[in-house]
Ligand binder design. Structure first.
Ligand code: GN1
Ligand code: MG
Length: 362
């Protein structure tokens, strides 16, 4: 889309200031994001996003969830007497018709206020890992007394049984004739398939609740201030009822991997133990009154589950001909799959040690 067209979209929202430029922003694999800069220094800049409605099919529900969550968090921050609330929770701008999204006949768009003087990072240090653990745990904690039920913006998003069914379906269809390349990967996945469905089994037995989770707890979904302090959690599309394993496990999937999730250098992939320790300490501190013994006991399982689930999702997309994740080259999803599987093996080698570490934290 041209800059002019993008500026035209921004005009549908009730903003102040004169738009000066619109440029691509961030590295998300799903939505397209742009930074909208205004001419006047005293007016805010904005983040414009095209919502991927192939994936988030119910945009009304999606935006409703986000409004409910951000309002709730804002009220909590007010109650705690924070003075910089607009820097700590996202603010979505309404259109003239009072909605927080605009449909242009083809695409859905939304606009939020850009929080100035913040940065995102791709890699964590033990200190920032601790802070992220604390912040994501706090986020879950803050949402426990949400009165309004939230919808599942992607039904069964982190349901491992379903993800495996989708993979097996992709194998059976073999639409783009790639199954022959991935025998080893499929073998490894199937060898762990049954154990990896433990969360669904516990849930069916009534032993594992669903709570409101973020469900995309990556380091780059956190805004830091210039001093490296965690300020605000972003990317709220997948905030929905899920097992707490989602938030704990998915963060460590990226942060504790010494390599990026699409690095082809498998031999360089190691488990960053110090990141695990720091994150776990932060997370357990802010969720101590929330977690049940079963949830706590299964945290090491969650660390293994997420790279495995992500491998299953990347591989499914590879076998389906790359229809879900953005790719930069034809084997991108295969490289991502192999990376996640290698990382999974590193996690497995550390699981007992993790359990001992968690048991020692009171
Ligand atoms: C997607 O777009 P992004 O990077 O925030 C995906 C996550 C995956 C991630 C893998 C809605 O998130 O679940 O973990 O890619 N989000 C959706 O990098 O599928
Ligand atoms: Mg993201």
């Amino acid at each position: 889309m041209t800059t002019e067209e993008l500026i035209e979209i921004v005009r549908h929202f009730c903003t102040e200031g004169t738009v000066m430029s619109v440029k691509p922003l961030g590295k998300g694999l799903i939505n397209d994001s742009y930074i909208v800069r205004t001419k006047e220094d005293e007016k805010p800049n904005f983040v414009l996003q095209r919502i991927n409605h192939q994936i988030f099919t119910d945009v009304e529900m999606l935006q409703h969830n986000i409004e409910v969550v951000t309002d709730h968090l804002r009220r909590k921050l007010q109650a705690e007497n924070f003075t910089d609330i607009d820097r700590r929770v996202l603010h979505f701008v309404s259109t003239a018709s009072g909605k927080t999204y605009h449909f242009d006949g083809q695409n859905y768009w939304r606009l939020s206020i850009y929080i100035a003087n913040t940065l995102t990072v791709e890699e964590v240090t033990p200190q920032s890992s601790y802070d992220c653990g604390h912040a994501f745990g706090h986020f879950q904690q803050q949402l426990t007394d949400l009165n309004e039920p939230l919808g599942e913006t992607i039904p069964d998003f982190h349901n491992m049984e379903l993800r495996l069914t989708q993979l097996r379906q992709a194998v059976a269809n073999d639409t783009v004739k790639r199954v022959k390349e991935v025998g080893q990967e499929l073998e490894l996945i199937e060898a762990h398939a049954s154990e990896m469905c433990m969360a669904e089994q516990l849930h069916r037995q009534g032993l594992l609740p669903k709570r409101i989770c973020h469900c995309d707890t990556k380091v780059n979904n956190m805004l830091f201030d210039r001093n490296g302090n965690v300020l605000c959690i972003i990317d709220l599309d997948t905030v929905m009822p899920a097992y707490i394993f989602s938030d704990y496990g998915d963060f460590l999937r990226t942060a504790a991997n010494s390599q990026a999730e699409d690095s082809p250098d498998l031999n360089k992939i190691t488990f960053r133990w110090e990141i695990f320790e720091a994150f776990t300490r932060g997370y357990l501190e802010s969720t101590s009154s929330l977690l049940t013994p079963i949830e706590r006991e299964h945290l090491p399982f969650a660390v293994a589950l997420f790279p495995m689930m992500q491998a299953v999702r990347f591989l499914t997309d590879y076998l389906n001909g790359d229809t879900y994740y953005k790719i930069k080259y034809p084997e991108h999803n295969l490289v991502r799959t192999r990376n996640q599987l290698r990382f999974f093996q590193q996690v497995q080698a550390n699981r007992e040690k993790m359990a001992k570490f968690i048991a020692l934290i009171s």
